[in-house]
Design a protein around this ligand. Structure first.
Ligand code: ATP
Length: 327
């Protein structure tokens, strides 16, 4: 990894925010290395937007030290603002203007000269595959085109840290993959992405590190793989053609609990679940046992915990986050 990529793009310690008696952030620490994707996950009301608003200077924390791209958030908010871009729920796109006009307007806000403006707008239209639609009003754009334009507008100012709020909500799978590729390309250029999303598969796909926010605290942090390892739930599911085979399998597996873990019933009456890490070796051992006793398996599938499982296991009742907690 290039040495500059290890600089923290965001370093926050002891971040606190309360609205009256309602403690939203109860002392959270965040460290995001430059040139990486960091995803903040949490149930509705967990405080994700509040965190993004603080880190992007829109609201002040009650306590905590925050540096964004090396600038102190409280002492030098203008320097922070000059290096960040925010895109998401409140799109800056004007529907009555064309894509190119929107981008030119943004270029003017950033005081680009005429030549720079022309170059930058043409470059972004090309990069985001909007050249053909550049002269059409945004009201005629698809959801995917609109998102691309929104992100392109954020990039006019050449931000080094981008806060991406729900970048692919409502997009079809192809548009979502296009957006993911755009995000990966930005990161390859050294841009840091702070991602909030409701699609855990999106965090799994993009994020180098993930933090799980619950009741005002970071309850887990790590790579997607780290988080998945923290919870049980991996199993092999076996389905049998009839009760006789199921009973035979239960007997075989019941005799080898140490090697394979105790099989448990599934909601399907003809299926069993055997705890497993899903490795090839575990699969071979299991099939070997059943084969040795001539027990035929009708269907076999390997289940590894996904981020949804992590989310459900490590965060509390989602509605709890919206309840008032007192300090
Ligand atoms: P969502 O996924 O629903 O967007 P979130 O994790 O982004 O949720 P926040 O918007 O940060 O959550 O809100 C966290 C909590 O703070 C919520 O309970 C919300 O009601 C409360 N809150 C946010 N802004 C204010 C405010 N200006 N005044 C009072 N309470 C607020």
């Amino acid at each position: 990894m290039h040495s500059t990529q290890r600089r923290p793009a965001i370093a926050a310690t002891g971040l606190r925010k309360a609205y009256g008696d309602h403690v939203v952030l109860d002392g959270i620490d965040l460290h995001v290395p430059a040139g990486t994707v960091f995803s903040l996950l949490g149930a509705n009301g967990a405080g994700k937007t509040t965190t993004v608003k603080i880190l992007s200077t829109l609201i002040s924390p009650d306590a905590g030290d925050v540096r964004v791209a090396g600038h102190d958030l409280t002492r030098d908010p203008d320097a922070v603002r000059a290096t960040i871009g925010v895109t998401g729920q409140f799109s800056a796109v004007d529907n009555l203007l064309t894509g190119a006009e929107n981008l030119r307007l943004m270029a003017d806000l950033h005081h680009l000269g005429r030549a720079d403006r022309r170059r930058r707008v043409a470059g972004l239209l090309d990069q985001f595959d909007l050249t053909e639609a550049a002269g059409k009003p945004v009201s005629t754009y698809s959801g995917g085109m609109r998102r691309r334009l929104d992100l392109a507008m954020t990039l006019v100012g050449d931000p080094r840290v981008i806060f991406l709020d729900e970048p692919t909500t409502g997009l079809d799978p192809r548009s979502r993959h296009t957006m993911w590729q755009i995000i990966r390309d930005l990161v390859a250029d050294g841009v840091t992405i702070f991602l909030t999303t409701q699609y855990l598969a999106e965090a799994d796909e993009l994020a180098d590190r993930i933090a799980l926010l619950d009741h005002g605290r970071v309850v887990a942090e790590g790579t997607a793989e780290d988080l998945k390892r923290r919870i049980p739930g991996g199993h092999i599911r076996l389905r049998f053609a009839d009760q006789r085979r199921l009973d035979a399998a239960t007997r075989v597996l019941g005799e080898t609990p140490a090697a394979l873990g105790q099989a448990t019933r599934d909601h399907d009456p003809l299926a069993l679940r055997v705890p497993s890490d899903g490795s090839l070796q575990a699969l071979k051992t299991l099939i070997g046992r059943l084969d040795a006793q001539a027990v035929e398996v009708d269907e076999l599938s390997v289940h590894t915990p996904d981020l949804d499982d992590v989310f459900l296991a490590l965060t509390g009742d989602p509605t709890d986050n919206d309840k008032v907690t007192t300090r």
